[in-house]
Design a protein around this ligand. Structure first.
Ligand code: NAG
Ligand code: NAG
Length: 381
């Protein structure tokens, strides 16, 4: 993997390689034979009294303790107890470093915000417009679902400093689960996980963060231009507001305390998470439910109650949802259905599956505590 070979003797003659291979094969064959002939040997070992094994282990480790003092630091992250505490780097970032010079001098900037977009090359001009609204206080990550990455560098200067992750035909929640582990993105105060079809003429990311901080929003999204269509009332941008946290129109499924989709709700299209909220939401994302449908109804579980105060829509920085079918067209025609239909069907199926998983998990939890579940349902269809 390295560019420079560590040892000049690493180039072996192929003869040596052959010899090594033959020896290895022979050794394996011998081992198998031995195992077949003396299976009782292994059985006896596993039936040795536990106390006996234990005392072996103790005398063994006592013996070692004299030679080298052992490290076992229970407060270290699980699995790393053998390391001295101060060498542990349990969190990371997405900062680009140099191959030369002193590591101290690598970073001119250490951005505190992260913006990710899941993109196809066809949407590059829109993404270019988006990125222009994010200052250099942001690390930019592009997840490429169409496998086209290098072309971006030819066209956009900013692309050379962005992080490109290319895996074909996956969704943003798939990428987020795999590449945005909370420990990896621990340096960022806020994380934007955005679609590629958002119009940002009336949006400025620094201003947005200012609003989010001011109003204490752990999870948020920009308001949507009401002229251009929206799915849920609450996401509609309001005039003369900085942020809002509830719908103006009471829908029949609104309850007290206010619950999604009337409050404590943002859509999965353009969410922004605080570091703490993301640490929770990452755990909520299911590995197999790639479209993330239904996640929006469960986000409230990831903030302190009352959730309707920590989740909101920023009105003063708003966006346009352009409804460009993108990933949908990356599906495959099946059983006479158009590719987009197959994708859409899966979205709905995932929503139901997610909802019932959350419900069941919650019920099981309260059952194990022998108290009644405080809520019956997570979402409303
Ligand atoms: C970047 O962040 C710093 C520190 O918060 C701030 O002073 C600066 O104005 C920001 N840059 C832009 C372009 O807003
Ligand atoms: C849950 O549902 C049951 C039956 O549908 C109902 O009797 C009960 O009051 C509900 N509990 C809550 C907390 O809504």
């Amino acid at each position: 993997m390295g560019i420079l070979s560590r040892s000049p003797t690493s180039i072996r003659r192929s003869e040596d390689g052959m010899k090594l291979l033959t020896t290895a094969l022979f050794a394996i064959a011998f081992g198998v034979l031995l195992g077949l002939s003396f299976p009782s040997l292994w059985i006896t070992k596993s039936y040795l009294p536990r106390t006996l094994l234990h005392s072996f282990a103790i005398s063994h480790s006592d013996h070692k303790a004299i030679a080298i003092p052992k490290i076992w630091e229970p407060s270290n992250p699980q699995g790393a107890e053998r390391l001295p505490h101060r060498i542990i780097a349990s969190e990371s970032d997405l900062y680009l470093r140099k191959l030369w010079g002193s590591p101290d001098e690598d970073l001119k900037k250490q951005p505190r915000y992260l913006a990710t977009f899941t993109v196809g090359y066809n949407q590059r001009h829109n993404i270019d417009a988006c990125v222009s609204k994010f200052s250099d206080n942001f690390t930019i990550v592009l997840f490429h679902y169409d496998g086209r990455t290098s072309e971006w560098d030819d066209e956009f200067e900013w692309s050379k400093n962005a992080i490109h992750i290319s895996v074909k035909k996956q969704t943003k929640w798939w990428y987020a689960k795999r590449f945005l582990h909370p420990d990896i993105v621990a340096r960022y105060d806020y994380i934007f996980i955005w679609d590629e079809d958002l119009g940002v003429d009336h949006f400025n990311a620094e201003e947005y963060i200012h609003m989010v901080r001011k109003h204490g929003l752990e999870i948020s999204q920009p308001g949507l231009d009401p002229e251009r269509g929206f799915t849920w009332q609450i996401t509609k941008k309001r005039e003369h507001f900085e942020v809002h946290k509830e719908t103006d129109e009471k829908l029949e499924w609104c309850s007290h305390p206010p619950r999604p989709p009337c409050a404590a709700f943002v859509e999965i299209m353009a969410p922004v998470f605080s570091r703490d909220a993301w640490r929770c939401v990452w755990h909520l994302i299911q590995n197999d439910l790639v479209h993330g449908w239904g996640l929006d109804f469960a986000l409230r579980r990831c903030v302190e109650e009352p959730a309707y105060e920590k989740i909101g829509i920023v009105d003063s920085q708003w966006i346009v949802h352009q409804f460009i079918p993108s990933l949908g067209s990356q599906g495959t025609a099946q059983k006479g259905k158009a590719p987009w239909q197959g994708v859409r069907d899966r979205c709905h199926m995932e929503w139901k599956m997610f909802e019932s998983r959350v419900d069941k998990a919650e019920k099981d939890h309260f059952k194990s505590l022998q108290v009644e579940s405080p809520s019956n349902s997570t979402t409303t269809h």
